[in-house]
Design a protein around this ligand. Structure first.
Ligand SMILES: [Zn+2]
Length: 356
């Protein structure tokens, strides 16, 4: 079996960045990557971009993971706010900002931002941190079936609970404003972003509530969580998971043009499956002291993030009332209902997610 393939595209104009780029392929080869001459076919593409005029790398397949590598002379004042725009403008899955003498700042879609410090073997350290994220498997396709029972077209008590919890989260200031993606890229690139990340728009956090033994309601992707109202549009009924195709199955009313379900549907699916006592799940970009957390910050919507979070829930003292940390990202909490979860965790929530 051969390892994943990696290609480096673009050119570094700055000397220090060029030196780092030259060390990347050997470091990747040592970590088991195969060098790919054809970037269109590579699993991982490191796109070296110019700060002034970043050339996005347009992938042909969603499976291609693109890291935008660039350089800044000094450590950005606001690690997230100053690097996230490059992630978007370069249409990348992750931004890697090299600050010579300091290290490489990683910025993720999930608002993670952390440093791999300068030192011997910086390229190897970057590859080591990048590899699990870049090779994780996305489960973000949706299959819509117009088989939602007519009595659920207007929702039920559980969709009403999701709506109420969304309003309460908004009131608590627990839904960070999405980065204004529309202002950073043109319409064509915006379509590319939505298609590749399989999102309806950028937003953070999600909520779900169990319907029965096999199905659950979940917030849609990219919607205003303070206004979750209509089934099929704002809230989707997740009724299956097609593992071979890597697709979530959604039951929707026939008269609605459905929105995509949150990319974290696979994570909630695994938690409900493994823990029959879990009645609701809440995910926010906040933190709590003393919680168990994932070791690797896999991207949202990957099978690897889903199984590592589900494993932590299953290992919790009370899986039905668990709070687990997603490293450099946020928390996922389980409970009987969403309002019960909020009552329980609200006094202990910390707005800042620690970055490590
Ligand atoms: Zn998140």
């Amino acid at each position: 079996m051969t390892g994943p393939s990696l290609a480096v595209v673009g050119r570094a104009r700055e000397r220090a960045l060029a030196d780092l780029v030259a060390q990347l392929q050997p470091a990747a080869a040592a970590a088991g990557f195969v060098e790919s001459a054809d970037a269109a076919e590579a699993n991982v593409v490191v796109n070296v971009v110019d700060v002034e005029r970043p050339q996005p790398f347009r992938r042909r397949s969603k499976g291609t993971f693109v890291a935008a590598l660039w350089t800044a002379p000094e450590v950005p004042e606001d690690g997230l706010r100053d690097t996230y725009p490059m992630l978007v403008r370069a249409l990348a899955n992750i931004s890697l900002c090299y600050v010579p003498g300091h290290g490489v700042l990683f910025t993720t879609m999930e608002r993670g931002h952390y440093l791999v410090p300068e030192g011997e073997g910086l390229a190897s350290a970057v590859v080591e941190r990048l590899e699990p994220l870049a090779t994780a498997r996305l489960v973000i396709e949706n299959e819509f079936r117009t088989d939602l029972e007519p009595e659920l077209w207007g929702g039920d008590e559980r969709t009403a609970e999701i709506a109420a919890a969304g309003r309460r989260l908004d009131g608590l200031g627990l839904l960070p404003a999405p980065f204004p993606v529309e202002e950073l890229v043109g319409e064509r690139d915006l379509r590319h972003i939505k298609r590749l990340y399989a999102i309806g728009g950028l937003s953070y956090g999600n909520l779900s509530a169990r319907k029965d033994a096999t199905r659950f309601w979940m917030s849609a992707s990219g919607v205003d969580k303070a206004k979750l109202a209509e089934p099929g549009r704002d809230i989707l009924l997740v009724s299956g998971y097609d593992e071979d195709a890597g697709r979530m199955v959604l039951s929707v009313p026939p008269h609605v043009t459905p929105r995509r379900v949150s990319v974290d549907a696979i994570e909630h699916w695994m938690i409900y499956r493994q823990n029959p006592e879990v009645g609701a799940i809440l995910h926010v970009h906040a933190w709590m002291d003393g919680i168990a957390a994932t070791e690797i910050n896999y991207p949202c919507g990957t099978a690897e993030l889903a199984s590592s979070v589900a494993a932590l829930v299953a290992a919790a003292p009370v899986p039905g009332e668990a709070v687990v940390g997603l490293r450099n990202h946020g928390i996922t909490a389980t409970g009987a209902g969403l309002l019960e979860i909020l009552d329980r965790i609200e006094p202990r929530l910390l707005p800042q997610v620690p970055m490590t």
